[in-house]
Design a protein around this ligand. Structure first.
Ligand code: ADP
Length: 566
């Protein structure tokens, strides 16, 4: 027979082992399994459950012994009454009977152990017996309450751990889905976390970036190409700064150049020792390019505006000299230069206005239906008067070309830009052909020259803002690099497309499309002059573009072929 002391020792030993096992388990679900198993055994019960208080202040069953999960909702009124009125209340007994009958289980006696951590109520352990046993002794009650206290501490810890894990996952997910690049550094500036935006920004896969020094993955260079991260890491140079920022260029792993701003949030211990940092990386490439474009804009524009103004001023001063008596020829030449430079200035100002309209939110088109060849003819006549016989202009449009549905002034600008480029970039002169044909519900127009042409590596960029091919001719030719940018914007605003083809040294050909207008009624259109000889090469190119059989369609004839100029 056990003495009183033996029994106490056994109880203490049992509790000690149990509390060790419970303390070792940080995952809530297995811990609750362990607790309820032990509680049922300790109380010689047949069934049991643990219900924890949720954020809604209600009790939710989390684990059970001998009771199916599907039956848990049936226990809710019983648990609520138990909580509100205590074990001895008649309503509690009533609810227990209802559950027992509903489930057909011998739930004759219930023992409830509240789980409390300090003043905080965590939930209930309830053990059910199939037979009514004798009441508990004071010792039993002490053991049970000590058991419940240990279980409550373990449950509380596991809940905290669960919350910390959930919080960590939430933070990870925020970092992962942040649109900005985020990386976390340890105390030796090595990367320990690297989000998806960082992968996209730097081209480094996370698995390879993690563990490397930050200066290797994000080698930020200043404008002089010096790696600031190695020579002047702001975390090391400005330890007092709570939020140091570094800005500069990086070369991504796949060779792209990006301009970034990296702002650090360092963490330090109480002695001020560096523990690590969170780095927020913003991609500022677009802003930097915009700034550089603005600078280019200012220098190009000041040069381009100053040149015609000083030429006009020079000629006007010269012609106006009171002491000079200029002959008619000199006067005419001088005035012609003034007129040409004033035209150039006018075009430049128009371009500038269009660019600012574009930047202020798009172009507003005034669409009307009109005949394109007539406009082309007008433009060509104006240019021909300026360039003399160095150029031959050929216009090729079929008579049945439908009118276009477009903004007349804007398309005048497009054609003026293309023809003016064809002249500018053909230092030896040559033939400039302008023509077009119907292509489905569009009219396709081309402007071709026999000039210097464009190298294939420059072709993709010629429609970019301020892009000028870097060669001797371009350097010697006035220009802003805005003409083709605007031309493209105007064509695209019409729903059209523009592109160029070129054979360097032999010439370039620009194509664009515009929406065709409704066909004019018979007799509406102007009858244009009948053609002269066809250029076979041009026709072959046209047929190739049309993707049609080389035989001209019935009724196809040249509306305006060659305008003899010079
Ligand atoms: P720019 O004011 O310099 O003429 P554009 O935007 O009109 O600007 O043209 C951009 C660049 O494309 C030019 O600087 C030139 O190098 C090239 N380019 C445009 N048209 C032609 C052409 N017909 N032949 C050869 N090069 C051309």
């Amino acid at each position: 027979m056990l003495t009183f002391t033996d029994q106490r020792l056994r109880q203490r030993d049992f509790l000690l082992r149990l509390s060790r096992a419970m303390a070792a388990e940080l995952d809530l679900a297995p811990l609750l399994e362990l607790v309820i198993g032990q509680a049922v055994e300790l109380l010689a019960g047949n069934y049991g459950l643990i219900a924890l208080q949720g954020q809604d202040e209600r009790l939710h069953i989390r684990v059970s012994v001998g009771i199916d999960k599907e039956s848990w909702p049936l226990f809710e009124p019983f648990l609520a009454s138990l909580r509100e009125e205590g074990v001895d209340a008649p309503r509690v007994r009533e609810e227990l009977r209802t559950v027992a009958e509903a489930l057909d289980l011998p739930l004759r006696q219930a023992i409830a152990l509240p789980l409390r951590f300090g003043v905080k109520f965590l939930g209930l352990i309830v053990v059910f017996r199939a037979a009514i046993n004798v009441a508990f002794s004071t010792d039993d009650r002490q053991l049970l309450s000590a058991f419940a206290d240990h279980a409550a501490i373990a449950v509380h810890n596991a809940q905290l751990y669960e919350q910390a894990l959930a919080e960590k996952q939430r933070l990870n997910s925020i970092i992962e889905h942040s649109a900005d690049g985020v990386m976390i550094l340890d105390s030796r500036w090595r990367i320990v976390a690297f989000n998806r935006a960082m992968e996209q920004l730097t081209g480094w896969p996370r698995e390879e970036a993690i563990g490397r020094p930050c200066a290797e993955v994000l080698a930020i260079e200043n404008d002089q190409g010096v790696n600031i991260c190695l020579t002047a890491c702001p975390l090391q140079c400005y330890p007092e700064d709570p939020n140091p920022v570094v800005e500069g260029w990086i070369t991504t792993r796949d060779g792209r150049r990006r301009y970034i701003a990296n702002s650090y949030s360092p963490t330090r211990d109480v002695q001020g020792r560096f523990l690590g940092a969170i780095a927020n990386v913003h991609d500022l490439t677009a802003r930097k390019q915009e700034e550089e474009l603005q600078l280019t804009f200012i220098s190009v524009m000041s040069h381009e505006l100053k040149t015609p103004v000083s030429i006009i001023k020079g000629y006007a001063d010269m012609l106006n000299r009171p002491d000079a008596n200029w002959d008619r020829q000199t006067m005419r030449e001088g005035l012609q230069v003034i007129e040409e430079e004033a035209d150039r200035l006018g075009r430049l100002i128009n371009d500038l206005l269009e660019v600012s309209r574009l930047q202020a939110g798009g172009l507003r088109l005034e669409l009307t239906v009109w005949d394109l060849p007539l406009l082309v003819e007008k433009i060509v006549r104006a240019f021909a008067a300026q360039v003399g016989d160095q150029f031959e202009f050929q216009l090729r449009f079929p008579v049945d070309l439908p009118p276009v549905h477009a903004d007349y002034e804007r398309i005048r600008m497009v054609l003026t830009n293309l023809v003016s480029n064809a002249i500018k970039y053909s230092p030896e002169g040559g033939t400039i052909r302008i023509g077009g044909w119907r292509a489905g519900d569009q009219v396709l127009v081309y402007v071709s020259d026999q000039g210097v042409g464009i190298q294939p590596e420059d072709l993709p960029y010629i429609f970019d803002r301020f892009y000028r091919v870097d060669n001797r001719l371009t350097r010697e030719t006035q220009g802003t690099g805005l003409g083709l940018y605007l031309t493209k914007a105007i064509v695209e605003a019409h729903g059209g497309r523009i592109w160029a083809e070129s054979t360097p040294g032999r010439g370039s050909r620009f194509f664009f499309t515009l929406p065709a207008g409704p066909r004019p009624l018979p007799g509406d259109g102007e009858v244009l002059e009948q053609s002269a000889p066809q250029d076979e090469q041009e026709d072959a190119a046209r047929e190739e573009q049309r993707g049609e059989n080389a035989t001209p369609a019935v009724g196809y004839r040249m509306a305006v072929d060659v305008i003899g100029l010079g």
